[in-house]
Design a protein around this ligand. Sequence first.
Ligand SMILES: Nc1ncnc2c1ncn2[C@@H]1O[C@H](COP(=O)(O)OP(=O)(O)OP(=O)(O)O)[C@@H](O)[C@H]1O
Ligand SMILES: [Mg+2]
Length: 230
Amino acid sequence: MLEIRGLHAWYGDSHVLHGLAMDIPRGRVVSLLGRNGAGKSATMRTIMGLLGKATGEINCNGVNLLKLRPDQIARKGIALCPEDRGIFPSLTVTENLFLPPVVAAGGMDIASIYALFPNIRERGASRGTQLSGGEQQMLAIARILRTGARLLLLDEPTEGLAPVIVQQIARVIREIKELGYTVLLVEQKAHFVESLADIHYLIENGTIVDRLESAEFAASRDRVERLLAV
Ligand SMILES: Nc1ncnc2c1ncn2[C@@H]1O[C@H](COP(=O)(O)OP(=O)(O)OP(=O)(O)O)[C@@H](O)[C@H]1O
Ligand SMILES: [Mg+2]
């Protein structure tokens, strides 16, 4: 689905991605693990065309996404669920859900969204501010499914959430994968991605330092934990 090669990106004058390379195959869950400031969000924002300057290649079906505008990238069926979740606090759950435009063919229908997120139906009339952190995260994922995206970029979806909610997010990611979606899952928690991702990439100082198949992950846990330790 995406092949990233020699990716460099800048926040203003600050060079934050240094020749990053990774593959995100269609239908797979790919994790991107790294500590604070490693460049995880910068990678996602660069895929979406949101960083001011970037060079290299992000190949999507023969097109280099670096040559496209953010709206054109969204039309390719790629959507970002940002760290701050990006929902509108003063709008109701239902308003939040129906606000995003369907930009790519095959946006998930409402019945399927409610099946995947039963809470969202129950909380339909509540405002964004009245939702728990877990409900906000569910709504944020539901919103990007509405747009028709087939590649979901999830930026630390479990951050700050209680273990029982983290389990619900894991269930949603498994079900999304079963439905054929592709997921790039940015995390700092190795135990969360261990049973979810097919491929794991480790990022440090804006570059990929290791790639692990899911079968190799358990044996490499010490190394992964050292990389993530602050
Ligand atoms: N708006 C910004 N302007 C300038 N530099 C930034 C900006 N946002 C992040 N950076 C810097 O870019 C580098 C990569 O940051 P990035 O946000 O991608 O890290 P991250 O891996 O997502 O970390 P975290 O786990 O804290 O979310 C860091 O050195 C960070 O300080
Ligand atoms: Mg981040």
